[in-house]
Design a protein around this ligand. Structure first.
Ligand SMILES: Cc1cc2nc3c(=O)[nH]c(=O)nc-3n(C[C@H](O)[C@H](O)[C@H](O)COP(=O)(O)O)c2cc1C
Length: 204
């Protein structure tokens, strides 16, 4: 019997055996962690964060080298950046696009993704947009996001506080309803306070 999350649309689209994306945690998701997660079957996004060129080059290359002997695992490696910072310096973003390895996906968070998502869409690289409010959703979909990450205020690291953002528990279903109506092919991931498989995969 098919397990809808494990064998679902997201896993199928990105050739995953685990329906999870490793967050591109700025300066924290390095090549070794990304390679380990790719080998474990998840989508793995190096934490390009604020666009530090040296760090991104070293860690992304590390991931490529560690995964180089297995095309399937390597095909799960991508990167993520903070959009408002890319507006100041996009050298690391441009460097990724110049590499032979085509990123499995590029994640854009915090700011208007549009200028960068257009470049990615033109190259047919899947765009993942992480958002914190319903108001950001139409912009992310119009920007060409293949995947929306609904980030609740429970999220660690970067995100909105309790006054400005939404709880994961209520935010995710509201986005799911909106997508079902307006953009049913867009994938949806939840982020924030999901700590283990019991939160990610509901038994049935
Ligand atoms: C140390 C740390 C750094 C992060 N940096 C980024 C980042 O640069 N870009 C981004 O999109 N999300 C970043 N995030 C947020 C994650 O994408 C994700 O929303 C969050 O980790 C999910 O919540 P959880 O920690 O409860 O799993 C970061 C999270 C952490 C813990």
């Amino acid at each position: 019997m098919q397990q809808p999350l494990i064998n679902g649309r997201f896993a199928e689209r990105f050739n995953l055996s685990s329906p999870i994306a490793l967050a591109p945690m700025a300066l924290a998701t390095g090549g070794k962690l990304a390679a380990a997660c790719a080998r474990a079957g998840s989508l793995s996004l190096v934490g390009g964060g604020y666009g530090n060129l040296d760090w991104t080059q070293r860690e992304y290359n590390d991931g490529i080298n560690l995964l180089g002997d297995n095309k399937q695992d390597l095909s799960r490696l991508g990167c993520g950046f903070i959009s408002w910072k890319l507006e100041e310096d996009r050298s690391a973003f441009d460097w990724i696009l110049d590499q032979d390895h085509r990123p499995a996906a590029m994640m854009l968070s915090f700011g208007d993704p549009t200028p960068f998502s257009k470049i990615l869409c033109d190259r047919k690289i899947p765009v993942i947009c992480q958002i914190q409010t319903m108001a950001q959703l139409p912009q992310a979909v119009d920007a060409g996001a293949s995947v929306i990450v609904a980030q609740g205020t429970e999220a660690g690291g970067h995100g909105m506080n309790d006054f400005e953002g939404r709880s994961t528990f209520t935010f995710v279903p509201e986005i799911a309803d909106w997508l079902a109506k307006h953009s049913p092919d867009t994938h949806l991931l939840a982020a924030g306070g999901i700590t283990d498989g019991r939160g990610a995969l509901q038994p049935h």
